[in-house]
Design a protein around this ligand. Structure first.
Ligand SMILES: Cc1cc2nc3c(=O)[nH]c(=O)nc-3n(C[C@H](O)[C@H](O)[C@H](O)COP(=O)(O)OP(=O)(O)OC[C@H]3O[C@@H](n4cnc5c(N)ncnc54)[C@H](O)[C@@H]3O)c2cc1C
Length: 287
C-alpha cells in the first residue's frame, strides 16, 4: 500500500478545504468499512483520507417538527437501529437494519457512507429512496439537497463531486403510510441482497394512493417502479391487483446478472418479492 495522509478536521469548512474536486485519491472516510476493503484489495489507493469523525452535528438523530427524522451522516447504522425515535417514526428502517450485514459492520458503518458508497447491492439506498428521503450535501459552492433516489447515476457512481460531503439525511413524516422492506439473499440471511424491495403506500385496504416502490441490487442504481405504482394507485389491493403489480414489476425491470443470481433468476425474484412486499406493507408486517 502506498503511503497516504489522514486528516481529522473539526469543522465542515476545514474538511472541504482538504478535499479536491480534481483528485479522486482524496476522499472523505466515515466508518471505513467499504474504503478499507477497497484499499486492501488495491482497488482504491488514497493520497489523503479526510475523516469526518470530529465534525459537529454529523452524528445526531433528531426529530423534525414536521414529524420526520434528521440523521447526521456520521451516525453509525447501529445507533439508527437502536434509536427510540427511529423505532417510533420509521420502524421499517429498524427492521431493515437487523438484516444488514452484522453487528460489527453496523457499529462501524455510518449512514453517509451507506449512501455515498454507490454499491448497488446495498439496503439503505432503495429503502430511503422509497421513503422519499433527501441527502443534504455540502461543498465549496454551499449546500444542496438531493433526493436519495437521485444520488445514483451508475455502478458505484453518484452525483457527488469529489469535494462534496453528505452532511445529513432527512426522512419525511411517515404518518399514515404503509411501509415494508424485503430483502432476498441467496447466501446467508444477512448477506448483501440479491434483491431489495421497498414499498411505501398511502391509503390502505380501501384504495392505494401515492405508491412508491423501489428495487435495489437488481439494477445498477435503485430503481423506482413507476409502472407498478400506476397499476396500484387508486385501486383496492385485492389478490388480482397484486398479481397484476407483480407482472408489471417483472416487465419493468431489466435485471443485471451478478454473483448472487442470473438476470432471469432475479427477474423471477422481482415478480415474487414485489407482491410479498406490498402484502407486508398492507398487513403492517414489513417492519
Ligand atoms: C462484510 C460486509 C457486509 C456488508 N453487507 C451489507 C449489506 O448486506 N447491506 C448493506 O447495505 N451494506 C452492507 N455492508 C456495508 C456497506 O457495504 C458499506 O461498507 C458501508 O455502508 C459503508 O459505510 P462506511 O461508513 O464504513 O463508509 P466508508 O467505507 O468510510 O466510505 C464509503 C464511501 O463513501 C464515501 N463517504 C463516506 N461518508 C461520506 C459522506 N458523509 N459524504 C460523502 N462521501 C462519503 C467515502 O469517501 C467512500 O467513497 C457490508 C459491509 C461489509 C464489510
Amino acid at each position: 500500500m502506498n503511503p497516504f495522509e489522514i486528516v481529522e478536521p473539526r469543522t465542515t469548512a476545514e474538511a472541504l478545504a482538504f478535499l479536491a474536486a480534481d483528485d479522486p485519491g482524496t476522499r472523505p472516510i466515515a466508518g471505513g468499512s467499504a474504503l478499507m476493503l477497497m484499499m486492501k484489495s488495491g482497488v482504491f489507493q488514497p493520497t489523503r483520507l479526510v475523516s469526518l469523525r470530529q465534525l459537529e452535528g454529523f452524528s445526531s438523530i433528531d426529530a423534525t417538527p414536521e414529524g420526520g427524522i434528521r440523521v447526521g451522516a456520521m451516525t453509525p447504522l447501529a445507533a439508527i437501529e437502536c434509536s427510540p425515535l427511529v423505532k417510533e417514526r420509521a420502524p421499517v428502517i429498524v427492521a431493515a437494519m437487523r438484516r444488514l450485514a452484522n453487528v460489527r459492520v453496523r457499529n462501524q458503518a455510518c449512514i453517509g457512507g451507506a449512501l455515498a458508497h454507490g454499491d448497488p447491492h446495498m439496503d439503505m439506498p432503495p429503502l430511503l429512496s422509497a421513503l422519499g428521503a433527501e441527502a443534504v450535501v455540502v461543498g465549496p459552492a454551499g449546500e444542496r439537497t438531493v433526493a436519495v433516489i437521485d444520488l445514483y447515476v451508475g455502478y458505484y457512481e453518484t452525483v457527488l463531486a469529489h469535494n462534496e460531503i453528505i452532511r445529513e439525511v432527512r426522512i419525511p413524516s411517515l404518518a399514515g403510510r404503509l411501509t415494508a422492506y424485503l430483502k432476498c439473499t441467496t447466501r446467508s440471511a444477512d448477506d448483501w441482497p440479491a434483491l431489495g424491495v421497498a414499498v411505501n403506500l398511502g391509503g390502505g385496504e380501501n384504495g392505494i394512493s401515492d405508491a412508491r416502490i423501489v428495487v435495489g441490487a437488481v439494477t445498477e442504481v435503485p430503481t423506482r417502479l413507476v409502472g407498478v405504482e400506476t397499476v396500484l394507485n387508486g385501486k383496492k389491493p385485492d389478490a388480482a391487483l397484486i398479481a397484476q403489480a407483480c407482472e408489471a414489476a417483472a416487465a419493468e425491470v431489466s435485471p443485471m446478472s451478478d454473483a448472487r443470481g442470473s438476470a432471469a433468476y432475479k427477474q423471477q425474484l422481482v415478480r415474487v418479492y414485489v407482491g410479498r412486499a406490498i402484502r407486508a406493507a398492507l398487513h403492517g408486517v414489513g417492519h
